[in-house]
Design a binder for this molecule. Structure first.
Ligand code: ZN
Length: 152
């Protein structure tokens, strides 16, 4: 098991739970976007798929991959935050997660919106791990850009 030093106990439980039991990890059939990203510094891989409804909002998501606990749990946590969002909403969430990981001020309401993902904020003390935590989010940013370009 990789070391998760720096995360307090409650946060560590959330991260490990998502790592061991990833949410929404089944691949989708005919997704609107299908993105693969990797983090060579740690060997993490993430594949993210989205489906959207006629209104352009996310109706289904899949995140699968392999790698360290931080990268994979972040991907699983992501799947709980994208439903019903349009491309602009996805960009907004990516920006908020980046701010959280950089240590920028995040309001209480914004923290609430992130839900369990706030568990990853302890990672920011370890710059190398920030890349792991943000990997899935870079895939989501790419996915949002493709949705804006009208991918179907
Ligand atoms: Zn990693």
């Amino acid at each position: 098991m990789q070391s998760l030093e720096g995360l307090d106990e409650l946060y560590e439980q959330i991260v490990l739970d998502h790592y061991r039991n990833p949410r929404h990890s089944d691949l989708l059939t005919s997704p609107a976007v299908d993105i693969e990203v990797n983090n060579p510094f740690c060997g993490d891989e993430i594949r993210l798929q989205l489906k959207t409804g006629d209104d352009g909002r996310v109706s289904a998501v899949s995140v699968a991959g392999r790698g360290c606990a931080i990268s994979q749990s972040s991907g699983s946590l992501l799947t709980e935050l994208v439903h019903g969002k349009d491309a602009a909403g996805l960009h907004g969430t990516v920006t908020l997660v980046r701010r959280l990981m950089k240590g920028d001020p995040v309001s209480e309401a914004e923290m609430d919106a992130l839900g369990d993902l706030s568990a990853l904020s302890g990672v920011r003390k370890f710059p190398v791990r920030i890349k792991c935590a943000l990997l899935a989010w870079s895939a989501l940013e790419e996915a949002a850009e493709k949705l804006e370009q009208g991918a179907k």
